[in-house]
Design a binder for this molecule. Structure first.
Ligand SMILES: *Cc1c(COP(=O)(O)O)cnc(C)c1O
Length: 401
């Protein structure tokens, strides 16, 4: 069929229901275009986008700078495979390492793939550096989300996600989050520990700086690699370039993805030289990853986000938004938490689904985490005026649900 042909929204949605595998329950409209924090559906209704494609559209929709870089690079060179050097990929790797603990980067196409790479790197490193064939165990935490492919799914201890797909990757243990006493379970058998400095899917729960420091110390004691999954919380979302910076410690590896190319698919695994040295030619790869097209856009996104005034804006507007949310005087709100523009509103009951649903009628795109938390993760360019409008609409929604 011709995808540009005129169909009503109802017809498009019916076709989608007929032809797409039903792994997602989609919202009852068809989005057609956007600008900044605003989006419109095919019927001309307007929505304030406080989901940002799940913390992806950091610069909002139809950003002029992104569009220009995309068009320019598309006209030059889109894809080469990793058999060849291309400048945009190398420039991005240089930037990511210059602004982090890392020395080297491995590019992927998504967050889950970045974590898969980290799993493979950790296993190979344990063999190469410790010469220990049984140092294969990986630790993760309660309520973690690391992705949906088999390796990262194995580190995502949610029964509904894991049960239909067992057996999973073996030798994984799950520890309680923010519980320093439980870190004893990390031993010489452990090759890596994966943690989100702020859990996103799990309900916007931050690891305390003390806990991250204790975790770093335990990993050093037993020779386990510490892996920060900053796929959602990293790259400016908190107002710091990296969410872990406030802890004062650094990991051995860090995974990135969601906002890195402002909406195009990309992931990255950042690693220290000592970890990266364990990998040899042929150990891992990806046909598409790090293409000149996507990394050209990612360079632009990174330059914009990493500018001090941009990060200062995220901190300022984030605090403003948090205050506005705290002012909502609703008995249905239990807690507002998080920092920067990674906020969570926890309800007293399982209201997340109906709040998201009501959002559509109130011109809001929203995303929950679990059944009782609303994730507030707008584009990082959001203004105070848009935050006011969001808070007013959420107040009205809460009076209804
Ligand atoms: C979204 C997410 C992933 C998975 O990323 P995909 O690009 O969906 O594969 C992994 N870790 C965290 C913390 C995430 O939020």
């Amino acid at each position: 069929m011709d995808f540009a042909r005129d169909l009503t929204a109802a017809e498009i949605m019916a076709l989608g229901e007929a032809h797409i595998v039903k792994t997602y329950k989609r919202a009852p409209m068809v989005l057609s275009h956007g600008r900044g924090v605003q989006t419109w559906d095919t019927e001309g209704r307007e929505y304030l986008d406080f989901a940002a494609g799940i913390a992806v559209n950091a610069l909002g929709h139809a950003d002029a700078g992104m569009v220009a870089v995309l068009a320019e690079q598309a006209a030059k060179l889109t894809h080469t495979s990793n058999l060849y050097y291309s400048l945009p990929q190398i420039a991005l790797a240089e930037k990511l390492t210059a602004h982090s603990f890392a020395d080297r980067v491995f590019f992927t196409n998504s967050g889950t793939e970045a974590n898969e790479a980290a799993i493979k790197f950790a296993r190979k490193y344990a063999r190469a550096a410790h010469n220990a064939a049984d140092k294969t165990q990986i630790a993760c935490f309660d309520h973690a989300f690391h992705g949906r492919t088999m390796g990262s799914l194995s580190l995502t201890p949610k029964e509904a996600y894991q049960a239909p797909f067992r057996p999973l990757v073996p030798d994984v243990i799950v520890l309680p989050f923010n519980d320093s006493a439980a870190l004893e379970q990390i031993t010489e058998r452990t090759c890596a520990v994966f943690i989100e400095p702020i859990q996103g899917e799990g309900g916007i729960h931050a690891a305390t700086p003390d806990f991250l420091r204790a975790l770093r110390a335990r990993c050093d004691q037993v020779g386990a690699l510490l892996v920060f999954d900053e796929v959602q919380c990293g790259l400016g979302r908190t107002g710091d370039l990296w969410a872990h910076t406030i802890s004062g410690i650094t990991p051995d590896m860090m995974t990135l993805a969601k906002p890195l190319a402002g909406g195009l698919p990309i992931g990255a695994l950042l690693a220290t030289e000592s970890v990266a040295a364990a990998l040899s030619y042929g150990d891992h790869g990806s046909t598409f990853a790090g293409s000149p097209l996507i990394t050209a856009v990612a360079n632009h996104v990174f330059d914009r986000i990493s500018a001090p005034h941009f990060l200062a804006h995220v901190k300022e507007v984030g605090s403003y938004l948090k205050e506005r949310l705290e002012e909502i005087n609703s008995p249905k709100i239990k807690e507002v938490r998080g920092r920067g523009l990674m906020l969570g509103v926890e309800f007293t009951g399982d209201l997340a689904g109906s709040v998201v649903e009501q959002g559509y009628a109130h011109g809001l795109l929203l995303v929950g985490s679990g059944t009782n938390v609303l994730r507030v993760i707008p584009p990082l360019i959001v203004s105070e005026r848009e935050c006011d409008s969001f808070a007013d609409r959420l107040t009205a929604i809460l009076a209804k649900v």
